[in-house]
Design a protein around this ligand. Structure first.
Ligand code: ZN
Length: 228
């Protein structure tokens, strides 16, 4: 598939990009298998993401990915692994975005069955109930990686255009990092809402976070925010 941006070496990429597994994207199992094959055959790390198991993505698709990665000997890679120089290729970096902490917790047994370690990019953590924050702690305790995905899920370039870069960082980025760190989740990576980004914003966020994740679109006719 023409999705070069979702493959990297152990060193990662200038900006990481993942492709969306959610049902709405109509990504076929054959395409997923081809991506896993390529990672195995070329010794690369392939990056995939979804949102809410059972709602936006079928658990069977998650299981297909995890089983396929295990069969091919792909190592589980988190975004903290990239930041720490501990990413191993061939590998699978699977992540989940937004706030579906209950659905993620319900999926822990599936992850465990395949020895998977995944990254949860969390938005709106500041307004989570205490029970939800406790579930996040449970995800981390199970070996998964907890990272920020902004406060209010703003489109970064649009917010910067309207309010300036300083306001974007102050309103939507830094507090999402601070809130996780205050609760004992060290931050290594930031995932852009909608994958929307610019080089200027990348450079600003890198003051605090070494690894950035955007997205690559699996359909043609739309400009992907993933850099070349
Ligand atoms: Zn999101």
């Amino acid at each position: 598939m023409g999705l070069d941006g979702i493959f990297s070496s152990e060193r990662g990429r200038r900006v990481h990009c993942a492709v969306n597994l959610d049902t709405k994207t109509d990504l076929s199992l054959e395409t997923i298998d081809a991506a896993l094959d390529r990672a195995r055959d070329r010794g690369e790390i392939v990056e995939l993401y979804a949102h809410s198991p059972g709602r936006t993505v079928k658990p069977e698709v998650i299981e297909h990915v995890l089983a396929g990665a295990a069969e091919r000997g792909l190592a589980p890679v988190t975004y903290a692994d990239f930041a720490n120089g501990e990413a191993r290729a061939p590998g699978l970096a699977l992540s989940f975005d937004d706030s579906s902490v209950r659905a993620w917790s319900d999926t822990l047994p599936l992850f465990a069955r395949y020895g998977a370690r995944v990254t949860f990019f969390i938005s709106r953590y500041e307004i989570f109930y205490d029970e939800e924050k406790a579930l996040v702690t449970g995800l981390a305790a199970a070996g998964h990686d907890i990272e920020p995905h902004s406060v209010n899920h703003e489109n970064a370039p649009e917010y910067v255009e309207k309010h300036g870069l300083g306001a974007y960082l102050r309103d939507d980025v830094w507090p999402s990092i601070d809130a996780l760190e205050a609760d004992g989740h060290p931050v290594h990576a930031f995932a852009y809402p909608f994958g929307a980004r610019t080089t200027e914003i990348d450079d600003a966020i890198r003051q605090r976070v070494p690894v950035l994740r955007s997205v690559e679109f699996s359909y043609s006719g739309i400009v992907s925010p993933c850099p070349e």
